[in-house]
Ligand binder design. Structure first.
Ligand SMILES: C[S@@+](CC[C@H](N)C(=O)[O-])C[C@H]1O[C@@H](n2cnc3c(N)ncnc32)[C@H](O)[C@@H]1O
Length: 193
């Protein structure tokens, strides 16, 4: 619950974006880094959502939120970089919001390998991440707050998630766009294997 309190000022904004990120999702879904389950209430009723996270405490809260959601929700204590208990070629969708910005760069290729493995051929993925703005003023403001954001959430603006995804021969990016300024980046694509 401490995390939810810490996250409250940002969540006021994020909750406006979450429905749009999830409205077209269907079938078997894996949400990687599900956290406290902030997305769960926005999944359509025809979805079965497996939510994985490293933190057992976060998962406990997500399980409570899942109880009120229209989707079927299965919380699993699992590492995105190994996903040992997660079957291959199983999911129609992979969703991840603010996972890679907390994940060190050297772990990102490992997580992307797992994304490739668990998605079905023809499946889809959508990620929401924070990145540094190219606007000098905005970037300076981000740089000012970066130590606080890293301390409080473990999140950084300088992860190279898009570059790692672009190297995948299986995950094909079909669209990228920003939800606010050039900071909140959505990366969408398909699994071609
Ligand atoms: C910033 S929170 C975002 C939570 C949620 N997706 C949201 O949008 O509110 C990042 C989450 O990723 C989880 N996480 C970080 N590294 C992970 C890993 N290697 N495997 C699984 N979860 C991880 C953290 O425990 C945390 O719950």
């Amino acid at each position: 619950m401490f995390y939810d309190i810490l996250d409250f000022p940002w969540e006021k904004q994020y909750k406006k974006w979450r429905p749009g990120l999830l409205k077209d999702v269907y079938g078997e879904v894996i949400e990687v880094g599900v956290g406290t389950g902030r997305n769960l209430r926005y999944y359509p009723s025809n979805t079965k959502v497996t939510g994985i996270d490293l933190s057992k405490d976060m998962l406990k809260i997500s399980a409570k939120r899942g109880g009120f959601a229209e989707c079927d929700f299965y919380p699993v204590h699992e590492d995105a970089t190994s996903m040992e208990s997660i079957p291959s070629n199983y999911f129609d969708w992979l969703i991840s919001t603010f996972l890679c910005c907390v994940m060190p760069d050297h772990l990102q290729p490992l997580a992307i390998d797992q994304f490739e493995r668990v998605l079905k051929p023809g499946a889809h993925f959508r990620l929401l991440e924070m990145v540094y703005s190219k606007n000098t003023m905005l970037r300076r403001r981000q740089q000012l707050f970066a130590p606080l954001i890293q301390w409080a959430y473990g999140a950084r603006f300088d992860r190279n998630t898009l570059e790692y995804l672009e190297k995948s021969s299986i995950l094909k990016i079909t669209n990228t766009y920003f939800l606010k300024e050039d900071i909140y980046l959505v990366i969408e694509g398909d699994c071609e294997k």
